[in-house]
Design a binder for this molecule. Structure first.
Ligand SMILES: CC(C)(COP(=O)(O)OP(=O)(O)OC[C@H]1O[C@@H](n2cnc3c(N)ncnc32)[C@H](O)[C@@H]1OP(=O)(O)O)[C@@H](O)C(=O)NCCC(=O)NCCS
Length: 223
């Protein structure tokens, strides 16, 4: 089985790919412009937190997760090189489960343009497309705080099925928050954009980058 590090995906506006060394500036820019929008929905930062350190951690987590086949963490780039968001499939388990937890965040300066929906649709395509273009999973889950209306709307639009409420599920901004749990399986999934991408497409260059946020616990809907 080929490793998942090479998975890339193209939508009408986004090129999704793993972060590279050259992405630091864009990553840092996005974290800075997104701080206000993201803070209520992500784990509290340690006191010595810095966007640059977070980029180093992101590169490490991405490489380690791809090597082990347990995490696919992608930046979504516009054709002009700007980082539009972070999308991930985390805690990938094989065997009889074939499951991952989806996570997503859109850059604070690009919210409200449908990019979150576009990126999450791509995540589901990646999850359910067989190897080697996708991950060939059976189930994708997402967990969203009840007050996060835009994320709940995305889950609904892309075909997640609401399964219930997980009480005090994750510690977000220092508080154990309930989450609405969602899932979609391969049988339910309706394919949308099917376009595994190749190296060299827009967004795959090192023009920029910076990134964004640590999606926090991977078992949640944050990239
Ligand atoms: C959640 C997030 C990814 C949405 O990104 P986005 O690109 O603005 O999302 P989209 O434009 O694709 O879709 C948002 C949908 O929510 C709707 N929406 C926005 N605010 C809303 C509100 N207050 N109440 C109800 N619906 C709302 C929009 O109208 C849109 O639905 P529509 O297409 O039917 O009109 C972005 O706000 C974000 O990164 N937030 C911070 C991090 C985060 O919460 N991550 C997810 C954790 S579970």
């Amino acid at each position: 089985m080929r490793g998942i590090a090479a998975v890339r995906w193209r939508t009408s506006r986004l090129a999704l790919r793993a972060f590279e060394e050259g992405d630091e500036a864009e990553f840092v820019r996005v974290l800075e412009v997104s701080k206000e929008r993201w803070t209520p929905w992500v784990p509290a930062r340690p006191e010595d937190w810095s966007p640059r350190d977070q980029f180093r951690r992101e590169l490490h987590r991405s490489a380690a997760g791809a090597a082990e086949g347990t995490h696919l963490r992608l930046g979504a780039f516009l054709d002009d090189g700007r980082l539009a968001g972070l999308f991930s499939l985390n805690e990938i388990v094989r065997g009889v489960f074939q499951n991952a937890y989806a996570g997503w965040s859109v850059s604070g300066d690009l919210i409200g343009q449908g990019l979150g929906t576009e990126g999450v649709r791509a995540l589901l395509e990646i999850a359910f497309t067989p190897f080697p273009a996708g991950l060939g999973l059976h189930r994708v889950q997402a967990n969203i705080m009840p007050a996060n209306a835009p994320s709940l709307r995305i889950a609904e639009k892309v075909g997640f099925r609401r399964e219930g409420i997980a009480i005090r599920y994750l510690q977000i901004a220092g508080v154990w928050e309930d989450h609405v749990t969602f899932a979609v399986t391969a049988e339910e999934h309706e394919p949308s954009s099917r376009s595994p991408s190749t190296a060299g497409e827009p967004g795959s260059s090192s023009r920029s980058p910076s990134t964004a946020e640590e999606r926090g616990p991977s078992s949640r809907s944050l990239p």
